[in-house]
Every structure is written in C-alpha cells, then in structure tokens.
Design a binder for this molecule. Sequence first.
Ligand SMILES: Cc1cc2nc3c(=O)[nH]c(=O)nc-3n(C[C@H](O)[C@H](O)[C@H](O)COP(=O)(O)OP(=O)(O)OC[C@H]3O[C@@H](n4cnc5c(N)ncnc54)[C@H](O)[C@@H]3O)c2cc1C
Length: 415
Amino acid sequence: MKNVVVLGAGMVGTGTALALQARGFSVVLVDRSAPGSETSYGNAGVIQGEACEPYSLPRDIKTLCRIAFKDDNSVDWDVAGLWRSAPSLVSYWRHSAPNYHRTLGAQYSTLARRATHDHARWIAASGAETLIRRDGYRIAFRDGAAFELQTRQAERLRDLYGIEFEREESATLAAAEPALRQPLVGAIHWRDAWTCSDPGALVRAYSALFEKQGGELLKVELLGFEPSAIGWKLRSSEGTFDTEHVVVALGPWAPQALAPLGYKVEMVRKRGYHLHFDYPTDESVPRLNLPLLDAAFGAIYSPMRAGLRIATGADLSATSNCQPRQLRRAEAAARELLDIGEPIEKSPWTGVRPCMPDMMPVVGAAPRHRGLWFNFGHGHQGFTLGPTTGELLADAMSKGSAHTISSLAPSRLFN
Ligand SMILES: Cc1cc2nc3c(=O)[nH]c(=O)nc-3n(C[C@H](O)[C@H](O)[C@H](O)COP(=O)(O)OP(=O)(O)OC[C@H]3O[C@@H](n4cnc5c(N)ncnc54)[C@H](O)[C@@H]3O)c2cc1C
C-alpha cells in the first residue's frame, strides 16, 4: 500500500484524500486548523455544475472604466495590490481573450459537468444530505440590458454544453422569491447547480467519512518539506515524519509552501468577504429560497444555517479591509431587496480565491520531483471542483501517470 500525505484539508484536499483512499492508498490528511475552516468555509456554497467556462477578466472598455473608477462593486483594488500582482494580472488578461477563453471551456466543462456527480457520492456516504439543495441558484438583474446580455450568454452556454437554465421574467421571479421587497427586471435560474447551507460543515462531513474509513487526520502546522530516502520528509509543528508521496492542496497557501523547492507559482489573489445577517424570526415574513446573485452589485445572498450570508466579488487590494467597501455596498443593496436584521458577527470573514492566471487548476505530478503532486489553484470554483480534481489526481497517482487533463498539467507552469 502506498503512503500519501495530503497537505490542506479544504474541499480540494479532503476530496483528494477520499479519492485516494477509495483507490487503496494509505492517506494522512494534514491541516493546521479543523477541516474546511478557511476558503472552503467562507464561500457562497454553490456547487456550480453550470460553470462550464472559468472566470475570465472583463475586457470591454465600459466595464474596465467602471472598475477603474470604483463604480463596479464586483471588483475593488488598490495601487499596491495591482503592482504586486501585475505580472499575473497581465497573464490573466491575455488568457481572458475571448477565443482562448472559449477553447478552455472544452476542457473546463468536462470538470464542471461531473462536479455534482462527484459530490453526490460523498454527500450520500457522509450523511450530509440535509446540507444540500438541488434546485439551482439565480442571477437577478435590475437592468434590462444586462438581463438581455446574460440571457444571450446563457443560451450560448446551453447550446455548447447542454446546461439547463430558465429565463424568469419579473413576475415569475417575484412569485418564486416572495421575500423580494421590490420588483426586479428578471433572473436567470441556473438549474444544474446545487447549494449548500454550511460549506464548512460539508467539508467536515467529508473528512469525518475519511476518518471513519480508516484515514488519519493530523492537526499540525506544516513548516516545510524536502526529498528523503523513502520519498519526502515533512517538518511540522509536532515534529518530522516521512512519506512516499505528498499532495499539495494548500489553496491560497500553495505558492509559499512550494517556493523553497524552486517552484515559483504566480497566483492572482482575489480576496472575498462575507458576513451573516439575522433573518426575521417571524414566520409570516418570507425568506429567500435560493441563493441570489445580485448582478448589479456583484454580491451573492445565500441562505445559510448561520443566517443570510452576503458574499462579495474580488478585492485585489494588497491587504484585507476590516470595513470592506464592497460588503458595505452589498449590504445596502441587499437591504433594498430583503428584510434582513443585524449582522451576526462583529467583523466580516475574509479569504482568498486561489486563481491561476490561465484560469485552470494545477493538477498532476510536480515536474521536477518524484512523489510530489499538485492540486491547487481552483479560483472561483474550488468548492465545486474539489472532489472532481481529487478523482482525476487519484486516478493519475494510482496509474503512476504524470498527467490528468493536459490543460491542468503542472508542467505548463514550470520549464
Ligand atoms: C467570497 C467567496 C465566495 C466563493 N464562492 C464559491 C462558490 O459558491 N462555489 C465554489 O465552487 N467556490 C467558491 N469560492 C471559491 C472556493 O471557496 C475556493 O476555490 C476553495 O475553497 C479552495 O479550496 P482549497 O481546498 O484549495 O483551499 P482552502 O479551503 O483554503 O484549504 C487550504 C487549507 O490549507 C491549510 N493550510 C495552509 N497552510 C498550512 C500549513 N502551513 N500547515 C497546515 N495547513 C495549512 C489551511 O488551513 C486550509 O484549510 C468562493 C471563494 C470566496 C472567497
């Protein structure tokens, strides 16, 4: 039996640990915190079976001007942050060219289209059914032109990838979501997505299943790792240990862990924020049924066990903000639409989407070291894709093959 240590117990590391275990590997899952405490906790909880093309940078002049003048709430920035990320942002910009972006869809869609299926197995086995709804989510519009544009885009995706959606006009949307206090122009209802009412709890359920099936969960801080006679020596806050194989599934922390081994990972760090708000306890006041992405404000309102979670778009600033502008605007926008109470936490949660400039996760064998494997860089969709890229990597590792899908190969990043 081969021994593997998976570093990072977010959705990606936990999905990978389960997939390796299912193929007969002896697996230790390592994290300094409880599983699913970081990015895989703080997201909007949408398992995006519809996200067939990765998240590109806007390239039209109108949107770019709005971002430059901080008039577009889906993106924030400061000069220090742009300067720090300049090389990766330039690369991200190049890869966002429409032709290239469309060709990426051919491979990315194969991941997105199997994502709910790959979750389904672990949801059932871990008894996490109560956390999941299979009714999709909505993107709602306050502006007719934006609604029409998104409808054309949805039709294109449906024709290319067979994704299901419904265009809901104002009255249909109002009937489906009686919690909305004012009429909106309409919504796109993506049917192929699932939603989770507690993303951190879903990862914990998966990791509990991993342990129940004989896997070892180790709560230690990784300090470093280097090649050894049997494979790898890991240094941790609790001492050193050896293993044949190491999988790096450290999400936003992968670049700093890999730098000492000579791998310079360019990552676009898109910070996001969330805060929970009290729902009215009065049963006669309707609550939001499904997560609603408010397109005009680039924020998503997700009904969660902890309250209504308002989560923001991308902040490219160098440091996090304890009173983020995007969240303040999103809260005001949500209050126009929904009857929400006071914030539940004193300060917002913040975390970083680990985005690769070419928008594809990094999954496969490290090009320069035997027994070292990568699974990180899932950007906007790691909660969705963790179990799927976990399956792909576990397949490659059990066959001893370096690659999964060509556009995911780590070798594309390092010569
Ligand atoms: C606001 C927001 C909304 C989002 N919404 C969605 C969504 O609706 N759907 C979706 O699919 N995705 C969404 N995402 C993206 C998604 O959350 C991420 O892509 C995903 O969680 C990344 O998972 P991960 O396992 O790679 O990283 P993480 O979940 O961050 O896991 C990495 C783990 O590594 C551990 N670690 C780091 N360093 C060390 C060390 N030295 N020693 C030990 N352990 C260490 C950390 O403790 C952490 O648990 C959203 C992201 C944000 C910020």
